[in-house]
Design a protein around this ligand. Structure first.
Ligand code: F6P
Length: 335
């Protein structure tokens, strides 16, 4: 391994995600293991502009893997998008003698890291977002925990919806991406799922599946809506008017971003954190660590940002197919 790194910084930026702490721990421990000092930059790129940092040693990250959120805080920085902001950030890197930066976040974070790379700072990004919308990676830190958190809530909702024979319209996060909604919809056996990647026709995509499910004997219905689709309350109103069902809306909101990370998130975060440090030690820069078919690989950030990630079409089709199958009640006299 080439070793030109003496001190690196680690930051989290954009929307937080469960597992970010496990990634921070892996970055710090991997750095220390290789004799590299580590500095935690607080509040993302805002912290880099304002020299808001803490020195991190191996002990400073003890016991954080199991915690949700990010111990380094997160922020979105408008100032960093300006020339002046980026110059201040580079000045901080120089002042702190940082040879490299590991940034954990989404596309916005990677764009910021790329800007730093253009100004001569070695950078590596780690995909951390509950939206799972980083195109170069099949998996992003936080996604599994968010899916499980949403499923847990929906299972509870299902109990009461079933008792009252209602229709539940559940809004999950995902401004531009429907991966979370689709996965959660599949997991809870939703009647239908609405995602921003698909042009929505309310009759075809909501009313019709409810009708089909009703025809085969269902008495309660679960409609999952990704927040980017539009006004969830309007969708609920439309269902009520067209079907005369008793409809209730639940917006799961930021609950999905919190909580203790699942083992999948902790493990992925650990591998990604370790690999990010390895890349810096190998003299690589402007890269993002990704998962592809269970392998940890890396891409050039610009290339990664250009890639497109479609939704799982098969899951979308399957979900609808399975929702309207006729269930023949078992005979109560049978054994
Ligand atoms: O983390 C991604 C995400 O959860 C999106 O799905 C959502 O639209 C957005 O963040 C909201 O983030 P905030 O409320 O922090 O701006």
């Amino acid at each position: 391994m080439e070793q030109t790194m003496r001190r690196i910084g680690v930051l989290t930026s954009g929307g937080d995600a469960p597992g970010m702490n496990a990634a921070i721990r892996a970055v710090v421990r991997a750095a220390v293991h290789h004799g590299v000092e580590c500095v935690g930059i607080r509040r993302g790129f805002t912290g880099l502009i304002n020299s808001d940092f803490i020195v991190m040693d191996a002990a400073s990250v003890s016991g954080i893997s199991r915690r949700g959120g990010t111990m380094l805080y997160s922020a979105r920085s408008d100032e960093f998008r300006t020339e002046a902001g980026q110059e201040k950030a580079v000045a901080t890197c120089k002042m702190l003698c940082l040879d490299g930066i590991v940034g954990i976040g989404g596309d916005g974070t990677f764009r910021g890291l790329h800007d730093l790379a253009q100004r001569g700072i070695a950078v590596v990004g780690i995909p951390g977002t509950i939206d799972n919308d980083i195109s170069c990676s099949t998996y992003t830190i936080g996604y599994d925990t968010a899916c499980n958190t949403a499923l847990d809530a929906i299972d509870k909702l299902r109990d009461t919806m079933q008792s009252h024979e209602r229709c539940s319209v559940v809004e999950v996060m995902g401004h531009n991406a429907g991966h979370l909604a689709l996965n959660v919809g599949m997991g809870c056996g939703a009647t239908t799922v609405l995602i921003p990647e698909k042009k929505i026709d309310l009759d075809r995509d909501v009313i019709e599946p409810i009708r089909e499910a009703r025809l085969v004997g269902r008495t309660h219905f679960m409609v999952i809506v990704a927040e980017g689709v539009g006004d969830t309350y309007e969708i609920a109103q439309r269902i009520k008017e067209t079907t005369a069902l008793d409809v209730r809306v639940t917006v799961l909101g930021h609950v999905q971003r919190g909580g203790a990370p699942t083992s999948r998130d902790r493990v992925a975060a650990t591998y990604m954190g370790y690999n990010a440090v390895r890349l810096l030690l190998e003299g690589k820069t402007d890269r993002v660590v990704c998962v592809q078919n269970d392998d940890y690989v890396d891409y050039d950030i610009t290339e990664a940002l250009r890639m497109k990630k479609g939704i799982d079409e098969q899951a979308y089709k399957l979900l609808r197919e399975l929702a309207s199958v006729t269930i023949i009640p078992r005979s109560s006299s049978g054994s």
